[in-house]
Design a protein. Structure first.
Length: 186
């Protein structure tokens, strides 16, 4: 795919992530958009969630996003243009519906605050940080882990890509929506 850079880096290592982002900027000349998809899920109620479970989800869902978003955001701030998309969750957005996902929900909730803080910092520029909140995404992994689910209620990855592509277009330059709810099953 033209304009897409793939790489292998441990996003839990802040220094290596920063170096990798700098390599991308150097090779490409600039970054206009970044879709930061690292993360993972873990179920667990309050009764069976330990502090170490919370720390593990925090590292996986928040720190990885922060480690990538920080150097990307600073680069975009210098250029006064860019779009960053963090991947949130309904559980992180609506804590009342997060029953049974204590550590996951807490870690994902921080992404919304990160986007708010970065957008406040970017005020006066054309840099926007958004949190994408998808319903269940129709992926082979999700189908395998939930074989009895109704896949027609899941959002297609291509539909998400189309929305993000539009959001990066000149036609969307005036949009400043920090939360993009992409629900197939409304």
């Amino acid at each position: 795919m033209e304009g897409v850079t793939w790489g292998d880096v441990d996003l839990q290592d802040e220094a290596k992530t920063g170096e990798w982002i700098q390599e991308i900027v150097t090779a490409a000349g600039s970054l206009d958009a970044a879709v930061l998809t690292a993360g993972g899920f873990a179920a667990g109620s309050l009764a069976n969630t330990s502090s170490s479970d919370i720390q593990r989800q925090y590292r996986l869902n928040f720190e990885t996003a922060f480690h990538a978003a920080r150097p990307v955001f600073l680069h975009m701030q210098e250029r006064r243009y860019g779009r960053i998309f963090l991947i949130g969750s309904r559980a992180g957005l609506h804590p009342a519906g997060a029953r049974g996902t204590m550590a996951y929900s807490l870690s994902k909730s921080l992404l919304f605050h990160l986007a708010e803080i970065l957008n406040a910092e970017a005020r006066g520029t054309n840099v926007v940080v958004s949190v994408v909140v998808p319903s269940t995404i129709d992926t082979p992994q999700n189908r395998q882990s939930m074989p009895d689910a109704d896949f027609t209620r899941w959002i297609q990855p291509g539909a998400i890509a189309d929305v993000l592509y539009f959001y990066c277009s000149p036609e969307a330059d005036g949009i400043r929506e920090p939360i993009l709810k992409l629900y197939q099953d409304a």
